[in-house]
Design a protein around this ligand. Structure first.
Ligand code: ADP
Ligand code: MG
Length: 252
């Protein structure tokens, strides 16, 4: 069953066509890694899936909910407010820069959206937050503020926050790019554990070992197109497309 379906997605910024007819879907429990050169449209694709940007045309579906579809005149029509609100609770997003609320404690970072946006009971939201912090190895940090934490700890809080509403799918946009190698390891470990628990994930990453060892599928994007996708061992170790080969040689 597809948790996420993207069909013929197109997006331009002015003259710059950043997404050119992108189609893919993500099944429940699947881990999909998106790789590709800088500027190929990876972040824009994630931002369109998470309603931070709007498509010009195409369709995005979350399970039974249609976020956007293309009308007969070719323009993108977005869902009504109620559906949008429901869809926002179906996914979580983790950015490269941890994006925590700097003036809120770790606990308040985790309960802010559940309590104030969704209306979850405060006690229930706190209980969930305590569980998530334990899972992230941060039980002792509930009262800390973001500036008191290492980059790796902040990113683990960001992952916990993304999971606070029990999303069906988690998106990561280069979650380790701002971290030192040793802190990168602690984030990749958490993500590997989530994968083992069959969390559905879409991960934009330059970490080829993560893509090779953890992802079920790799999508290679270049210049707004999906150039190649498939089993990580095929795409990464035996790429067929010249552009994929060139990219992998460069980052090796
Ligand atoms: P990637 O994440 O693969 O590096 P991006 O999706 O960030 O690629 O960017 C793809 C292209 O879209 C780039 O040419 C970038 O300059 C352009 N772009 C991204 N966001 C915006 C924006 N908000 N306004 C104008 N151009 C943008
Ligand atoms: Mg990017």
């Amino acid at each position: 069953m597809a948790v996420l379906e993207v069909l013929n997605a197109r997006k331009s910024f002015g003259e710059n066509e950043v997404l050119k007819d992108i189609s893919f879907s993500v099944d429940k429990g699947e881990v999909v890694a998106i790789i590709g050169p800088s500027g190929s449209g990876k972040s824009t694709l994630l931002r369109c899936c998470t309603i931070l940007e709007r498509l010009d045309a195409g369709c995005i579906r979350y399970s039974q909910d249609t976020l956007v579809e293309t009308t007969v005149d070719g323009s993108a029509r977005y869902a009504d407010k109620t559906t949008m609100k429901r869809i926002r609770q179906r996914f979580g997003l983790v950015f490269q820069s941890f994006n925590l609320f700097p003036h809120l404690s770790v606990m308040d970072n985790l309960t802010e959206a559940p309590v104030h946006v969704v209306g979850v009971d405060k006690g229930a939201a706190k209980k969930k937050a305590v569980e998530l912090l334990a899972k992230m190895g941060l039980s002792d940090k509930a009262g800390a503020y973001p500036f008191e934490l290492s980059g790796g700890q902040q990113q683990r809080v960001a992952i916990a926050r993304a999971m606070a509403l029990d999303p069906e799918i988690l998106f990561f946009d280069e979650p380790t790019s701002a971290l030192d190698p040793e802190l990168t390891g602690e984030i990749l470990k958490v993500m590997r554990e989530l994968a083992q628990e069959h969390m559905t994930m879409v991960v934009v990453t330059h970490e080829m070992s993560f893509a090779r060892n953890v992802a079920d599928r790799v999508i290679f994007m270049d210049k707004g197109l999906i150039v190649e996708q498939g089993d990580p061992r095929n795409v990464i170790d035996h790429p067929e497309n010249e552009r994929t080969k060139l990219f992998l040689q460069k980052i090796a």
